[in-house]
Design a protein around this ligand. Structure first.
Ligand code: GFB
Length: 315
C-alpha cells in the first residue's frame, strides 16, 4: 500500500487493544458502525506486558488490523509519582504488541501516543516535526519517552519489514469512560468530580492544582475515535500525525466551563504544592485537516455530554 491509498476495514478482523479504557471503549463504539469484526481481549486473556503471552495469542487470533490503545495512563500527579510504572509498562506493551503484530502478519496497525512527546517549550502550535528538538516536561518525561519509542518502533518496522504501522498523537482527552479518581485522573475528569461534589455538598470552593494558568487543548474521545478510524482508512506514512480539536483554554477557563455545565457558582482556590506541568501544548492540526478530517464537538457541548454520562454511570 502506498501513501494516499485507502485501507478498507470491510470484512476485516480488527483488534482494539485496551478496549476497557476510555479510548479503547470509544473505538469499539465507533467501529460498530463499520463492516468489520471487532476483537477484544481482557488482561485475564492476554497480559500485554508478557511477550510469550501476546505472541501466542496473536498467532491464534490473527487480526488483520490493530488499534494499539492499551497503555498505562494517568494525570500529572500519577505520571510524576509512579515513573517506573509509566515507562516500564508502556515500553513493554508497545514492544510486545508491535513485534507480535509483525510476526502475525498484521496488515495495518495504528499506535496511539500523546502530545507530551513534544519538548516542554516547543513553539506553539506544535507541528509534528518539533519532535526531539528540545527537553521534555519533567513531570511526564517517562511516559513521553515510552511514547516516542512507540513512534520509532512503528517507523523501524515500516523501514525494515515494510509494515504499514502508523502513529497518531492526540491532545488532552475527556469523555465517557474517563478515570474519575481524583489522585490519578487527568484535569477534565478531576474538575468535573470536584465541581459536582461541591455543588451537591453546597461547598463554596473547589481546589485547582497549580496556578490555573497552564493552557490545554481538549478533544472529546468520541471525536478521537472517529479520527483514528479515519486515519486507519486514509493515512499511510512513517511520520506520526497530530490529532486535536483546536479548543484551547486555561485550566481556570476549563473550570468555568465545567461550573456552567454543572450549575456551580462557587469559587476556586489554587494548590501551589501541585505542579503546573507544561505551560501550553496546542497541536498544529494542519496535516490531519488537509487529509479531510476535523473534530466536530465543541468543548462546552462535549463537557455537557460527559457530565450527563457521569451522572448516569458513575455517581
Ligand atoms: O490533565 P493533567 O493531569 O495532565 O493536568 P497534563 C493538566 C493541568 O491541570 C496541570 C492542572 O496544570 C494540573 O496541575 N490541574 C488543576 C489538575 N487541577 C487539577 C486536578 O484536580 N487534577 C489534575 N490531574 N490536574 C498529562 C501527562 O499532562 O497529560 C500525561 O502527565 C499525558 O503524560 C496527558 O500526556 C495527556 O496535561 O499536565
Amino acid at each position: 500500500m502506498t501513501d494516499g491509498q485507502r485501507y478498507n476495514l470491510s470484512g476485516k478482523r480488527v483488534w482494539v487493544a485496551g478496549h476497557r479504557g476510555m479510548v479503547g471503549s470509544a473505538l469499539v463504539r465507533r467501529l460498530e458502525s463499520e463492516d468489520c469484526e471487532i476483537i477484544t481481549a481482557g488482561r485475564e486473556t492476554v497480559d500485554l506486558t508478557r511477550q510469550d503471552a501476546i505472541e501466542f495469542w496473536m498467532q491464534e487470533t490473527k487480526p488483520h488490523a490493530v488499534f494499539l490503545a492499551a497503555a498505562k495512563v494517568g494525570g500529572i500527579h500519577a505520571n510524576n509519582t509512579w515513573p517506573a510504572d509509566f515507562i516500564y509498562q508502556n515500553i513493554m506493551i508497545e514492544t510486545n504488541v508491535i513485534h507480535a503484530s509483525h510476526l502475525a502478519g498484521v496488515e495495518k496497525l495504528l499506535f496511539l501516543g500523546s502530545s507530551c512527546i513534544y519538548p516542554k517549550m516547543a513553539p506553539q502550535p506544535m507541528t509534528e516535526d518539533v519532535l526531539l528538538t528540545g527537553p521534555l516536561e519533567p513531570t511526564n518525561e517517562w511516559y513521553a519517552v515510552a511514547k516516542i519509542a512507540g513512534i520509532k518502533l512503528c517507523q523501524a518496522y515500516r523501514k525494515q519489514y515494510g509494515c504499514d504501522f502508523i502513529s497518531a498523537m492526540p491532545t488532552n482527552l475527556y469523555g465517557p469512560g474517563d478515570n474519575f479518581d481524583l489522585e490519578t485522573s487527568h484535569v477534565a475528569a478531576a474538575l468535573l468530580v470536584k465541581v459536582h461534589q461541591a455543588k451537591e455538598a453546597g461547598q463554596d470552593n473547589i481546589d485547582i492544582w497549580g496556578s490555573g494558568t497552564p493552557k490545554r487543548e481538549f478533544l472529546h474521545v468520541d471525536d478521537l475515535a472517529d479520527g483514528l478510524v479515519f486515519l486507519m482508512q486514509h493515512y499511510c506514512a512513517a511520520d506520526h500525525i497530530n490529532i486535536g480539536s483546536g479548543d484551547e483554554v486555561t485550566i481556570r477557563e476549563l473550570a468555568d466551563i465545567i461550573a456552567s455545565v454543572v450549575g456551580y457558582d462557587g469559587g476556586y482556590t489554587y494548590d501551589d504544592t501541585k505542579p503546573d506541568g507544561t505551560p501550553r501544548k496546542l497541536m498544529d492540526n494542519s496535516r490531519i485537516h488537509a487529509l479531510g478530517w476535523q473534530a466536530p464537538t465543541k468543548l462546552k457541548d462535549g463537557m455537557a455530554k460527559t457530565y450527563d454520562w457521569y451522572l448516569k454511570n458513575v455517581v
